[in-house]
Design a protein around this ligand. Structure first.
Ligand SMILES: Cc1cc2nc3c(=O)[nH]c(=O)nc-3n(C[C@H](O)[C@H](O)[C@H](O)COP(=O)(O)OP(=O)(O)OC[C@H]3O[C@@H](n4cnc5c(N)ncnc54)[C@H](O)[C@@H]3O)c2cc1C
Length: 341
């Protein structure tokens, strides 16, 4: 494929067709200014994920609800022998099957005119304002050139590693499925099983889905709550956001996990990948600064949640969590979390 896009349009290459990449493509295509090619390693990829997403995402971004397998109106916080039920005041959290959800988002992008190509980007070269990707498909190798490059290739971003020589700060979570049904998403904050963060159990179509922020914590978590446990244990990274992670360098952009855009404390990445994808599309479509758009929309929220994370990691951890016994406090936190002000 040549360097100039169809009809003299600039060509945008998006690497990664998860929520961030698919949404960037979907909204960018509406400006009709660019030829957009999205490269996705495997079209059947099932991203390791709890699949929990703010339910309002579906109306806010006009996404069909079909990948939702459960709507959630309460969650539980487990610590120091106590379990506090937090009422969300309605079905404000949705659980999605990631394979179906990601495929749907790519389909929406394709319907807007994005060309989806299955293949793994192995190498990237930047020369005289152009980016050339080497894409692997089985035994085949193909070179694709473009004018603008979007790294939406997740937490282990190849594009970030190759072009910026950087890796993101991240935590490695261990997770597995259980056949015992989990009805209500539950967060386990005791330091012995949750470390600096928490362990979790979520409903899953197979029964339950459980995870911890390290292998040692996972072993203790399982022994304490889900023994005997025989399923395979897997590990995957989640970015730890901080204000220094670069999301643009010239015509190179990062979005979603590849941009570190996962909310501190709650570790929600799906909503912020989708929302950041739309912001990036707006920046490119309207000639606005994407980092500025992102900061105006999210910086305060992310900084606030980073402070909460620090608070929960301090000696006030259990005192802060105990506040959830109060219904007025539950309501307030849910409103802040769901942006209901
Ligand atoms: C165990 C676990 C549980 C989680 N639970 C939740 C949760 O309940 N709720 C929530 O909101 N978030 C959760 N997250 C985080 C969430 O999964 C991510 O934040 C979200 O998937 C980010 O979307 P993304 O599009 O940026 O990246 P990804 O979903 O990772 O998509 C990146 C895509 O790029 C593709 N790709 C990668 N490299 C290449 C390459 N070289 N060439 C071509 N394609 C490539 C990948 O195949 C992938 O499909 C969880 C994460 C983990 C690990």
């Amino acid at each position: 494929m040549g360097g100039n896009g169809v009809g003299g349009k600039k060509r945008v290459l998006i690497v990664g067709g998860g929520p961030a990449g698919a949404t960037t493509g979907r909204y960018l295509a509406r400006y009709k200014k660019y030829e957009i090619i999205l490269l996705q390693w495997r079209l059947d990829f099932d991203k390791p994920c709890g699949g929990g997403v703010k339910y309002r995402l579906f109306s806010e971004f006009d996404i069909p609800e079909e990948p939702i397998f459960k709507k959630i109106d309460r969650v539980k916080l487990n610590f120091q022998g106590e379990e506090i039920e937090v009422n969300l005041g309605g079905p404000k959290l949705a659980l999605v099957e990631r394979r179906r959800f990601d495929a749907l988002l790519r389909q929406l992008a394709e319907e807007e005119g994005v060309k989806i190509v299955e293949g793994r980007v192995r190498r990237v070269n930047s020369h005289r304002g152009k980016f050339t990707l080497e894409v692997e498909r089985g035994e085949e190798r193909e070179l694709i050139t473009g004018d603008i490059l979007v790294g939406a290739d997740g937490v282990n971003s190849t594009i970030r590693k190759l072009l910026l020589k950087e890796r993101l700060p991240m935590v490695t979570t261990c997770y597995g499925t259980i056949s015992t049904p989990v009805e209500v998403p539950t967060f386990y904050f005791d330091r012995e099983v949750g470390g600096s963060f928490y362990s979790w159990a979520f409903p899953h179509p197979t029964g339950g889905h459980i995870g911890s922020p390290s292998p040692a914590l996972f072993r203790r978590f399982v022994k304490e709550y889900f023994s005997p446990f025989h399923s395979p244990v897997k590990g995957y990274n989640i970015p730890l956001w901080n204000g220094n992670i670069s999301i643009q360098k010239g015509n190179l952009f990062f979005v979603g996990d590849a941009g570190g855009q996962v909310m501190p404390t709650t570790f929600e990445g799906i909503y912020y990948a989708v929302a950041s994808g739309r912001l990036l599309a707006r920046g490119l479509g309207e000639g606005l600064s994407y980092p500025t758009l992102w900061q105006n929309r999210f910086l305060r929220e992310f900084k606030f949640m980073k402070m909460v994370e620090k608070g929960l990691n301090s000696r006030f951890r259990y005192r802060l969590l105990s506040l959830f016994r109060w219904h007025w406090y539950q309501k307030l936190v849910v409103k802040i979390w769901n942006k209901e002000f």
